[in-house]
Design a protein around this ligand. Structure first.
Ligand code: CAA
Ligand code: FAD
Length: 380
């Protein structure tokens, strides 16, 4: 492994850091409170290239590596995890899947718009009865010759209302179980496609999470991704990379919380001295920093594996498992270090604590990451 950052990496990290400070920080508390989607900020992120970082320049992307992507994800997430999840879904779940497995026609039609932020994407795997148990798809896509007919419900969909294009996983042939699942590109506004209610959430409240209903939606055959029956593998392969993005998001939440706590501990006085001079507080900072340092190594390892063409199923799962635990621990400790101020909105750490929790749930819960890791360990 060689994690020496290039000049380009440093430039991207600093650009993301500046953007987060100058464009995401203002209004972040209000967006969280009102659950308002960061429309203006997403538009600017598109213009700056954050929505299609790894996509080839042939399709309007940045042509960057995964290391650049995780560096940017960490910086954006230090300030606003609601905005960074939009970046993560668009980059790693939508653009990557389309670029890697889509046909030339599909890429010509959809990828450039998604990579430049002109359009936004969503990834629709979860259902009311198929969350962790993702092969239990109830949504059906019946083959009608030149098109499929899609029926069913997807829930918890990030960018659910704000997206223009949706990658939808559905069961075509139940007899074949997961080998009878397909993935489709569905456009917003098609007959029978309905965006359901917005979820009222604990954290990442600026991102819009919706249920989607499909009632006899006609999907042209050319919108199927990959060969017949490839849909479940498509979802799994895409999620393996997605988990690296969420691990970087968790790392960002953890380091954002740590940085705020460290600064606060140097100015807040109790018992005649700055609280960082109390060993109980200094040791909390030491534990936080150590866990974050380990998380950063795991995230970089997974990103490096992906860039080198190594298998990254396990390293991505380990990075997500550890970084999300670190985000939870560090944000709880950051609230503690802030005392009463930690419990109110203006100090930001309570929001980071609420945002941290989702990183242990989406793109595979921590229990699912342990399944992936342990199966990897035990396989011959
Ligand atoms: N790459 C390629 N293929 C894979 C794979 C991978 N990483 N993981 C599994 N597969 C294949 C298997 O090889 C198998 O195919 P074959 O029979 O041809 O060998 C097939 O998929 C089924 O695999 P399993 O038998 O392992 O299936 P399982 O039922 O035991 O489940 C699981 C495996 C890992 C638990 C999977 O169901 C899973 O990942 N669940 C979690 C779902 C999830 O992460 N959802 C996230 C939704 S998106 C999201 O959350 C976005 C957001 O919030 C922002
Ligand atoms: P369940 O699968 O019902 O799990 C409940 C509990 O049981 C969990 O603790 C789980 O770990 C545990 N469990 C389940 N099976 C096992 C097992 N075999 N061994 C041990 N423990 C187990 N999905 C999308 O497709 N696209 C999105 O864009 C998207 N965005 C999301 C955004 C938000 C804010 C949220 C909350 C969710 C989002 N999801 C999305 C869905 C998310 O991926 C699922 O919530 C997640 O995969 C868990 O599924 P579930 O909620 O059905 O929980």
């Amino acid at each position: 492994m060689d994690f020496k950052l290039t000049e380009e990496h440093i430039m991207i990290r600093d650009a993301a850091r500046d953007f987060a400070k100058n464009e995401l920080l203002p209004g972040v508390i209000e967006r969280d409170e009102k659950q308002s989607f960061p429309t203006e900020q997403v538009k600017k992120m598109g213009e700056l290239g954050f929505l299609g970082m790894m996509v080839s320049p042939d399709y309007g992307g940045g042509g960057m590596d995964t290391i650049s992507y995780v560096l940017a994800m960490e910086e954006l997430s230090k300030i606003d995890a609601s905005s960074s999840v939009i970046v993560s879904v668009n980059n790693s779940l939508v653009c990557w899947g389309l670029e890697t497995y889509g046909t030339k026609e599909q890429k010509d039609k959809y990828l450039e718009k998604l990579a430049t932020g002109e359009s936004i994407g969503a990834f629709c795997l979860s259902e009311p009865e198929a969350g962790s148990d993702a092969t239990s798809q109830k949504t059906t896509a019946i083959d009608k010759g030149d098109h499929y007919v899609l029926n069913g419900t997807k829930n918890w969909i990030t960018n659910g209302n704000s997206a223009d294009y949706y990658l939808v996983i559905a069961q075509t042939d139940r007899e074949k179980k997961h080998k009878g699942i397909n993935a489709f590109i569905v456009e917003k506004g098609w007959d029978g496609f309905e965006v359901g209610p917005k979820e009222q959430k604990l954290g990442i409240r600026g991102s819009d999470t919706h249920t989607l209903n499909f009632n006899d939606v006609k999907v042209p055959k050319e919108n199927r991704i990959g060969d017949d029956g490839f849909g479940f593998k498509f979802a799994m392969k895409t999620l393996s990379g997605g988990r690296i993005g969420i691990a970087a998001q968790a790392l960002g939440i953890a380091s954002g919380a740590y940085e705020l706590a460290r600064e606060y501990s140097k100015i807040r006085k109790a018992f005649g001295t700055e609280i960082c001079n109390h060993q109980a507080i200094a040791f909390k900072l030491a534990d936080m920093y150590t866990e974050i340092h380990a998380a950063r190594h795991l995230v970089m390892q997974a990103a490096w594996d992906k860039d080198q063409g190594n298998n990254y199923d396990m390293s991505g799962a380990m990075a997500k498992l550890h970084a999300s635990r670190t985000a939870m621990n560090a944000s709880v400790e950051a609230v503690q270090i802030h005392g009463g101020n930690g419990y109110v909105k203006e100090y930001h750490v309570e929001r980071l604590m609420r945002d941290a929790k989702i990183t242990q749930i989406y793109e595979g819960t921590s229990e699912i990451q342990k399944i992936v890791i342990s199966r990897g360990l035990l396989k011959d």
